[in-house]
Write a protein that binds this ligand. Sequence first.
Ligand code: GLU
Length: 313
Amino acid sequence: MTEKSTAGQAVGRFAPSPSGYLHLGNLLSALLAWLDIRSLGGEMVFRLEDLDPARSDPAFAEAMAEDLRWLGLDWDRGWPQDPGYAQSERTALYEEAFQTLKEQGLAYPCWCSRSKRLAAASAPHPGEQEADLGCRCSRMSQAEREALLKAGRNPAWKLNSPDQDIRINDGHYGLFIQNPAREAGDCIIRRSDGVYAYQLAVSVDDMRMGITRVVRGRDLLASAPRQKWLIETLGGRAPDYCHSPLLTGDKGKLSKRLGSLNTRTLRQERRAEDVVGELAFLCGLRDRREAVSAKELIPEFSWEKVTKEDIAV
Ligand code: GLU
């Protein structure tokens, strides 16, 4: 698979999970990721994060790609035009990384409750419990593990998170230091049904797709240290991370002004330039609320203009 791009070029990505329609907050993250890479003259990749078959719907995937194009955002390689850019097609690569981690003693089987294991295929967003607090599986003896495996009980597999400070120099929020073992716990990398989980898949993909800039919502900043560590442990070079503010609040006022926060509905009522103008105003890129195309924002884009506060709407 020739996934990597020309050396030296900035490479960014859209990485949506097709579990619903895009809403305005997703559009803001996507717009900022696109402006970031286009203002650097870099390449954009579209990766479909459809790891979890039960939560992924091809109809949402099509709609997401179409909605991003409608907004004026484009990409140079990836789903759907190129094969191998949907996570559901990439299991062999996750398997290989998983075996490497296992061989290095960095993964252990876990037999804790099912619900936590099922949630693990998706990215952890605020309020979602990630660590299996109280899980004792890492301390099981080899004999105990073998007995459970022999009894036919399929385990999930967890990452032995590093007990060390990992430093992220976030392009927007500055220095972020986290000790993953203490502050995030051991995350699941493979569910008991064999589905690979978010932290592993996203790290393998960013590494193998040659991504050099990860721009996404601030709620995933806490995942960046593990991803950086995983990529480096697997022999790759971690991208630069640059997180963006989130849209928060009950969204009542904003949906009144725009008609809806759901892109599908929004599209019927507003032009793309109105939506881009609203987003540019909300995040601080422009000081007036006026229609503008995504392309027109490229030459004036700068992270310094973008607010660090979440945007209550
Ligand atoms: N697929 C994830 C989501 O939609 C984003 C993952 C990432 O950007 O790292 O929440």
